[in-house]
Design a protein around this ligand. Sequence first.
Ligand code: NAD
Ligand code: UGA
Length: 466
Amino acid sequence: MKIKNICCIGAGYVGGPTMAVIAQKNPEIKVTVVDINKERIAAWNDENVENIPIYEPGLSAVVAEARGRNLFFSTEVDKAIDEAEMIFISVNTPTKTYGIGKGMAADLKWIELCARQIARVAKEDKIIVEKSTLPVRTAEALKSILDNTGNGVNFQILSNPEFLAEGTAIDDLHNPDRILIGGDSSSKAGKIATQALVDVYASWVSEEKILTTNVWSSELSKLTANAFLAQRVSSINAMSELCEHTGADVNEISRAIGMDSRIGPKFLKASVGFGGSCFQKDILNLVYIAKSFGLNEVADYWEQVIIMNDHQKRRFAENIVKTLFNTVSGKKIALLGWAFKKDTNDTRESAAIYVADYLLNERAEIVVYDPKVKAEQIYADLDYLGSRNPEENRNLLKVVEKPYTACKDAHAIAVLTEWDEFKAYDWENIYNCMLKPAFLFDGRNILDRKKLANLGFATNSIGLPA
Ligand code: NAD
Ligand code: UGA
């Protein structure tokens, strides 16, 4: 079966870049990305391709190549569903904030809404692809909704989790480690659907990298991959605290253990704590699923990854207060970076939010500079926590356009995102315009500590003795 029309519901960080690359590599397939968020779709359609709603290196070039040719962004969800033989669901699946499973389980409200909408609209057989990260066995619920509320057409459900990381999304999509497709191999229709999706990827991914499996293994592989990745960060962060007490250097430890081919060098960078929209939510979801089967030891094991991460964010902030003679009240502190990692404008669950909140509770005056995050996003992140009213947040925290403005007359600087440009700053100039002692807390270990110390900075890095 050759797919001619693809619809993707959800034009977010996954739906947008993923579909842009599928369209780029399959010029004969019409790909329509739909969303209920009108502003987001308008931004995807902005004449100036640099104004698309997601900052991701290389993305605007891919969009420029395919948009209007075979890549379309639209709010007409029903029309796109009707036209497509294959429908990707790439909507958000955040942690539930209410009811049963509050604070743990994934909120599947948007997934269910999509299923009901597809069932209502579909007049012909459709292949439904789970692109969102979902709890294991969600496909069963999807199938039940589709079959019970549909118009008698057949639906095949595939699981095709996305492994891209933000900041490197286009590279990850162009050269994936693997593509995972879960489908029903016991039926002919299931096999045809799986092959149809394999063919879409085979336009640019070699076949040995396209893994097919059953739906449940595919769904659970995604949660497992994120849990393992986050666990590595929490593991090295746990060691970073021990390093600070023993004179060992966490960077040296990463180097030493990373050369063991069984461990490998990636994902061993100690930090102020991992952020991003998925690690925490997916692990909480895994913990919830384990608990729901009564597997308390499994649940506790994975929950520790989150406990460690919360501890890392808190102790970074506590260390600032302690080092600044136990008070930051009324002191200007510059935060460099707000995004949860470099090369993205995404701030979801960024460690910066929690560090700022902690310092604001201590009545610090915060000034933030981030090369890609807009002021309104920073305030929205703080307001969402509900720690204080929006007016107070705006009075106590300022967002500036230039890093040097942020650092002028500051008591301390905290580097919270590993943006490359931070390394290239004129640190001597910055030192000269700060109050003394000039404290610098490097939450990403990206700056040359020796050089900064020679300039006069009192430096503090993760996993290195003070
Ligand atoms: P996002 O919030 O950026 O985008 C989701 C979009 O879906 C939003 O624009 C929203 O308006 C839209 N939407 C919600 N319900 C809709 C509906 N009924 N009809 C039409 N549009 C609807 O989320 P995201 O970061 O793209 O993540 C999507 C999924 O992919 C999540 O399950 C996430 O766990 C998973 N994932 C994310 C990443 C990542 O790097 N962000 C990577 C891999 C997997
Ligand atoms: C992560 C996974 O890497 C992707 O494979 C997955 O698809 C995605 O989650 C998802 O499901 O959403 P992402 O969150 O975009 O991708 O970015 P990562 O590079 O994984 O970084 C996550 C967080 O961990 C960032 O805050 C980063 O700074 C931090 N990190 C990462 C460290 O502190 N140290 C490291 O060594 C690596």
